[in-house]
Design a protein around this ligand. Sequence first.
Ligand code: FES
Length: 280
Amino acid sequence: MLTEERNQLLTRVGAGTPMGDLMRRYWHPIAAVSELDANPVKPIRIMGEDLVLYRDRAGALGLLERKCAHRRADLSYGYVEDCGLRCNYHGWRYDERGRCIEQPFEERVDPEAMVWAYSRVPREREPYEQQRIPGWQGPIKDPHTGRWLSSHIMNQDFIAWVGQGTIADRTREHLGASDRGIAMIRRRLLADLEAIARGEQPKALVRDRETNLCIRLPIADRKLFEEGLPREQFIKFHRDRFRMFGAYTYQVGQPDAVKREFEDAIGVTIEECIADGDRR
Ligand code: FES
């Protein structure tokens, strides 16, 4: 019989434990190569560590920490490329040695603005008054595989949020220039907490009724949103998006009834928009 202490010593194999250190000196089978045929990315849990195994398009095998080094998204929803695995959140790409070899937004974007936008109906449908805002809940998991659906924009965000864990481990993030907005909002929230603790008000509370009726915020393409587009230009503007995603780009499972309400509002069907593109 072993003592409790020696039993712990024998069975604890997580990173940094004596037995874990011993075990990590040997090879361990973690998956059959054929398991990567259907899906080249496979989450693995071994010796207390969550990892992701992948085979890229060149055939290289990689084994990485499952959480992306950027903002901790789940790399098991990443995409393999000719070289490496790309995170599905902001596209950081890792090679088989675990090196981050691409950070697309850091390389291309100088984040200066956040944009809020809405779809305006074609000018011929103005003035348009929306009587009600339809609500619906879309599926978030594939019922056959149990995996998160990843085809639409918000679904991809859901995957990233869930993959970060109930409370994301922000002590292990690596924020870059494109995360300036994230850093700013965190600083803002923490400063607001301190303000409240001092008995002051947090920022951006507007208590004056008149001021609060319409707050003019900076917006890209203000003219487009204020003036709208004539029907023909509206169709041209939207048809590639409709062609790729159908009526609703953002989340899987928009009900037909909601799609029809949208079409009634804009005065043209999605199919007509797409067919218009085919004629050109
Ligand atoms: S690129 Fe992975 S979380 Fe941002």
